[in-house]
Design a binder for this molecule. Structure first.
Ligand code: PGA
Length: 259
């Protein structure tokens, strides 16, 4: 597990953009797992910039998003389908047919979840999964208490998540109560993962998740068991970690061969 601490979200996004660009240069048909929320917005701006300034092509990649609200149509401004088009897909040369977001309007949600799992498998699996972290420790929408082996399924959002996400809606009562999310086990199947967190509001959960015990009550803590995880945080989100000097020392002295 590599913990990278940089002063600002923009610097974190710049490293994240480079990691993804290097992957696509190595493997033009890479499979990316994508996230929504405020956190990945600077990363997506960075990818759009790399596409525009350096001509990096996304035309052969496939993407799978972590989650979607149940009951919001794809053209609803708070749906994750809408978010992804606005923040990334419309700004790069990706083929929309190669992007996948769970269908929160599916009639048979259980079948939608099974098909989503199958589609990930058929793509050959996710090479790199982008993650944010909820202030309650969720990854995707796997709320505290989620099985660490869970697969894509319906989840009920916690009151805390509804409160956190109310800022995107006109009124907290409009935040859907249910979602489809990749499971913790689905996320852990990715070949590599990059989790981003910014701001003081994430400081406590970042230390719990990465310096505390592995627990279903902090779903992000399971990433401690994955062999290829980067946690990229700004100074504010890192402020509660006890080993800050060591993480900075490791990063500053990283040998070239370690990429
Ligand atoms: P945020 O959400 O990026 O909007 O803070 C993160 C998450 O809920 O995973």
């Amino acid at each position: 597990m590599e913990i990278v601490i940089l002063p600002t979200p923009e610097e974190c996004a710049s490293i994240g953009g480079r990691i993804i660009a290097n992957l696509i240069k190595r493997k033009s048909d890479a499979v990316l797992g994508l996230a929504t929320g405020s956190t990945p917005i600077p990363l997506y701006s960075e990818l759009a910039k790399i596409h525009k300034d350096e001509g990096l092509s996304f035309s052969k990649i496939t993407t799978f998003n972590l989650d979607e609200y149940i009951g919001l149509p794809g053209d609803h401004p708070c749906s994750y389908q809408f978010f992804m088009k606005e923040e990334l897909f419309d700004k790069i040369d990706i083929s929309l047919g190669s992007t996948h977001i769970p269908n929160g309007e599916a009639e048979d949600i259980e079948n939608e979840c099974l098909e989503y799992e199958q589609a990930i498998k058929s793509s050959g699996g996710i090479d790199l999964q982008v993650l944010g972290i909820g202030s309650d420790g969720h990854i995707g929408f796997n709320e505290p208490g989620s099985s660490l082996g869970s697969r894509t399924r319906i989840k009920t959002l916690t009151g805390k998540t509804i409160e956190d996400n109310a800022r995107f809606f006109d009124n907290p009562s409009q935040v859907p109560r249910h979602c489809i999310t990749m499971g913790v086990g689905t996320i852990m199947d990715s070949a590599s993962l990059v989790l981003f967190a910014f701001g003081e509001s994430k400081a406590e959960i970042i230390s719990k998740a990465f310096e505390g015990p592995v627990s279903a009550m902090v779903p992000a803590s399971v990433l401690q068991l994955h062999p290829k995880v980067r946690v990229i945080v700004d100074d504010a989100a890192a402020s509660n970690l006890s080993n800050i000097d060591y993480y900075k020392e490791v990063y500053a002295n990283k040998p070239d061969w370690q990429e």
